[in-house]
Design a protein. Structure first.
Lengths: 439, 256
């Protein structure tokens, strides 16, 4: 491998085996399990990734985007060494910090302090280094008071902060990030984010899987689009986002059809492992799996699925930072699997402050709507003049049935945009139409 | 594999410590239970078998306890280490760790217990004024043989358990049966001559004998028994390493 490379994959592919019997009654499944044991090769093979050629130079920030099930997380897991490649060659140079699931290495029974040492040894940080950095890790996480309580008593936020702080002080050469920033409060996110970006100065390489196209455009130096297990674009982040949006419009940005939709969410731990169906199920889009730890952020049965959310200006160019009074548009890509006769789904959005206060939550049932919901397309939510003042805002997008009681796909505060203004003569976060009369 | 174990030695150490530490964390007596548990176990069995069931064996208590100690090393280790991969599936699915660390740490933690048990056995010997001889040093060799044999066997059962979860039940039942098929509470001599050769088919027989000879008889184990135990250990350990090494990459696909 060339000296300037951190990662090289040549013709890498990975094959999962889907078991045929997901969703069958337990009794039949047992018989099936027995048969499979005897017959060995049963079930359909399915390539989650195929023919991946990729060279990542040191110091690159590589974004990876693609629909759910396109193989993004699987790619990271192969690089991390969690999955073996079925075909091809994987070469990785340097210490890898897989932030695929933060806190995965933690043992809930151990205290925070014990976990720092335990998880540290999983990432092969020498004990001496951990001891030297111990106080800084604890302070960065802001957990000094709780560091000697078992982490099972921590809130999700505390848990994540501890996990994150540990990795930050471990100074890895390669960081694999899978939608990490969907968790933690905004202040901590910002703090960690800056820290991670600072890794680049030391020549660290970052791979970042995200559904947040704005984030990718802001920080990545290069971006891949994965589609149906293959690299369908490799180049500039702007080009990648454009390519990805085209894919969505054509309905190709999605994962592979073969994946069983049942058995995705619940995989009974006690059941006989009948092959790899369950594993393929685990290969849910990064965000989703990550959100399993924090389910409150995304839910719904995905009959209509929100595949992307981007913020753009009037020329349609992606943007994350707006000024008060700017044209603001949120583009919500979706795919509908509803039968023809079904009622039209209702799209809604919400804007919250970072303190989680709801500012406004309109939907297509109540507002002025032009156009019709199709099998796939983009919903454009337009505010001609953004009445918000400087600050950070969290954006939710959701699609429900007509009664608004059944969620197809709800992304709760999963997106973030910022409003900045050089000067401030008015106060608050939202501008209310008004005038003054002095008498 | 060895290189990886060395690279992850801190983790191995932590896994062993955690297992020992968490077991009795919420108990008032804490780590003391590691000693108390086997102490009471041996005490109860010693009383039950030496007072109620009277076998015609001199120093029966030492005879029994030496057999039991060996048996605990075999049975407890394997029953627990069989589940080592499955019990750590949450880690295996999310971070890269050499998989051998899980059975290895499990077995090592067990042997910390077993060493405590052996010390207690020696205390019993002192208490019962048993005969001490230099061949007692061979207990160390016996423990090493037990260690590698159980580690190898655990690697095999752990791999099987990933695919078929019934394996743990099967192992547990087998051990219950084997307890009586191995001369632990009785001696080989108690049986009719025609049956004695059947023991030679039971691999556990050799390990119990290797342990019992220096403790109870105060002599080194007969060369043939020691040789067979050694061969079984090498073969089992090699088979375990081979199978485990071949399959470990794919564990992640069978865990859910």
């Amino acid at each position: 491998m060339r000296d300037d490379l951190a990662i090289r994959l040549s013709s890498v592919g990975i094959k999962f085996r889907l078991s045929l019997n997901e969703g069958q009654p337990l009794k039949e499944r047992r018989l099936e399990a027995l048969r499979q044991l005897l017959a060995r090769r049963q079930g359909r093979d399915f390539w989650a990734l195929r023919d991946i050629n990729l060279e990542v130079r040191r110091g690159e920030i590589l974004g990876i985007i693609g629909g759910n099930g396109a193989g993004k997380s699987t790619l990271l897991k192969i690089i991390a060494g969690i999955y073996p490649a079925t075909a091809g060659q994987v070469e990785v140079k340097g210490a890898v910090a897989p932030l695929i699931e933060l806190g995965a290495a933690f043992n809930p029974e151990l205290t925070g302090a014990e976990n720092i040492f335990f998880a540290g040894s999983i990432y092969r940080i020498p004990r001496r280094v951990i001891r030297q950095n111990f106080d800084r890790i604890v302070d960065f996480a802001g957990l000094r008071r709780f560091i000697h309580s078992p982490v099972k008593n921590y809130s999700t936020g505390m848990f994540m902060r501890l996990a994150f702080s540990l990795v930050i002080f471990f100074e890895p050469d390669i960081v694999l990030i899978d939608e990490v920033f969907a968790v933690g409060d905004e202040v901590f996110q910002q703090k960690s984010f800056e820290k991670i970006l600072s890794f680049r100065e030391r020549g660290a390489t970052l791979l970042l899987v995200s559904h947040d196209l704005n984030l990718i455009q802001n920080i990545a130096t290069r971006c891949l689009v994965l589609s149906q297990g293959k690299i369908s674009y490799d180049g500039s982040p702007e080009g990648a986002v454009r390519h990805y949006q085209e894919l969505i419009l054509r309905g190709e940005g999605l994962g592979q059809e073969e994946r069983p939709r049942e058995g995705r969410e619940k995989i009974s731990p006690g059941s006989v492992a009948t092959g790899v169906g369950a594993e393929a199920g685990l290969e849910i889009g990064a965000g989703e799996r990550f959100l399993a730890a924090d389910r409150s952020r995304r839910w719904g049965d995905r009959q209509v699925e929100i595949t992307s959310v981007t913020f753009v200006d009037e020329r349609g160019e992606a943007k994350r930072v707006f000024a008060p009074g700017d044209y603001f548009e949120a583009r919500i890509g979706y795919v509908s699997r509803l039968p023809e006769a079904a009622e039209e789904p209702v799209f809604g959005v919400a804007i919250n402050t970072i303190y989680k206060m709801l500012l406004y939550g309109p939907n297509t049932l109540a507002g002025e709507v032009r156009g019709k919901v199709r099998e796939k397309g983009v919903v454009r939510f337009i505010i001609p003049q953004l009445p918000l003042f400087a600050g950070d805002y969290l954006f939710s997008a959701a699609v429900y049935d007509q009664s608004l009681s059944h969620a197809y796909d709800h992304h709760e505060m999963m997106y973030h945009f910022r409003v900045s203004s050089p000067e401030r003569k008015e106060f608050g976060c939202v501008r209310l139409a008004h005038h003054w009369l002095l008498e | 594999m060895l290189k990886e174990i060395v690279a992850f030695r801190d983790l191995l150490r932590n896994l062993v410590i955690i297992e020992l530490k968490l077991r009795y964390r919420n108990n008032v007596l804490g780590f003391l239970w590691t000693i108390l548990n086997p102490l009471f176990y041996l005490l109860i069995l010693a009383i039950v078998f030496s007072q109620l069931l009277r076998f015609n064996i001199p120093h029966y208590t030492i005879f029994l306890l030496s057999g039991l100690t060996s048996w605990m090393m075999l049975q407890q280790t394997i029953v627990i280490a069989t589940a080592s991969i499955v019990n750590n599936q949450h880690l295996i699915r999310k971070v890269y760790i050499p998989k051998i660390l899980f059975p290895l740490s499990n077995v090592l933690a067990r042997y910390v217990d077993h060493l405590a048990l052996t010390v207690i056995l020696f205390l019993f010997m002192i208490g019962l004024k048993a005969h001490f001889s230099w061949s007692l040093l061979l207990v160390a060799v016996a423990i090493l043989l037990h260690f590698f044999f159980t580690l190898g066997l655990s690697l095999l059962t752990a791999v099987a358990y990933i695919r078929v979860r019934d394996v743990q039940q099967i192992v547990a039942v087998l051990f219950q049966a084997l307890f009586y098929l191995t001369p632990i509470i009785y001696s080989v001599e108690a049986l009719p001559e025609s049956l004695r050769s059947l023991f030679l088919l039971n691999p556990f027989y050799y390990f119990v004998q290797v342990f019992r000879y220096p403790v109870y008889y105060g002599t080194p184990p007969p060369a043939d028994i020691l040789t067979v135990a050694f061969i079984i250990t090498v073969l089992t350990f090699a088979a375990g390493l081979w199978l485990f090494g071949r399959k470990e990459k794919y564990f992640v696909f069978s865990l859910s």
